[in-house]
Design a binder for this molecule. Structure first.
Ligand SMILES: *Cc1c(COP(=O)(O)O)cnc(C)c1O
Length: 230
């Protein structure tokens, strides 16, 4: 089931990427298989079927799984990161999607320096300005990028957004368009020590629209693994 789901989603992503209207399309799309609340067995099945990147939203859960997984895979942190957990997160994750404050970026920088690592991060943007969501408002993205530019052991590599959940995914389109424009405008500024490579947006219910609007990193859980058991 997992292998078939992955295959179907990859095909749909490719089809949506081909439909992009913009000339400045960011190239191939990377799929992050979101495995939170799913067992290590299911993760292995996905990896063996070709999943190259794993997304987890809790540091503790990811560390436990990494210990027993026995697979070489990229780890992506997609959930909110508390400043005091940066110590544990930095050694494991290739990309932290959910950075949402200068304070957190500063702590990641400090820990990464100690690990001898340059940590790739994304800035999480609260695109619909929802009270319940993490992330900075759009207006804060440029000041954050300028701040991150001065951190030696952090590389700001793009933006991440979680759209509101609409039954009709079409409703997310204007929000994804706004994110793409923000992403492109920041990229065009060529801020030193930043590398606007990734636009992380789209989940099971809205990844098709996200890819059509320029996402090149999509985070899909339910579509691959089925409903999570909490
Ligand atoms: C859980 C989660 C996903 C995946 O959600 P699905 O609807 O299961 O695809 C993507 N991004 C983030 C930040 C998540 O927490």
């Amino acid at each position: 089931m997992i292998a078939e789901n992955l295959q179907r989603i990859r095909e749909e992503i490719a089809a949506c990427a081909a439909k992009r209207r913009r000339a400045a399309s960011p190239g191939p799309v990377k799929l992050v298989a979101v495995t939170k609340n799913h067992a290590v067995d299911a993760m292995r099945e996905a990896i063996d079927a070709g999943a190259q990147a794993i997304g987890e939203n809790r540091v503790q859960e990811a560390l436990g799984k990494a210990d027993v997984l026995q697979r070489d895979v990229e780890w992506h942190l997609i959930g909110h990161l508390q400043t005091n957990k940066a110590k544990q997160a930095v050694p494991l994750f290739q990309l932290i999607h959910s950075v949402d404050s200068e304070r957190l970026a500063l702590e990641i920088n400090r820990v990464a320096g100690r690990c001898g690592k340059v940590q790739d991060i994304l800035l999480q943007v609260n695109i619909a300005s929802e009270e319940s969501k993490f992330g900075v408002f759009k207006e804060a993205a440029l000041p954050f990028a300028q701040f991150a530019s001065r951190l030696e052991n952090v590389r700001l590599s793009g933006l991440m957004a979680i759209a509101p959940h609409y039954a009709d995914a079409e409703k997310t389109r204007p929000l994804f368009q706004e994110m793409f424009e923000l992403f492109e405008s920041l990229k065009a500024m060529r801020i030193p020590h930043t590398n606007f490579e990734w636009l992380s947006m789209g989940m099971s219910n809205d990844y098709a629209v996200a890819v059509e609007e320029g996402a090149n990193l999509v985070r899909v859980g339910t579509g691959i693994f089925g409903e999570r058991q909490y």
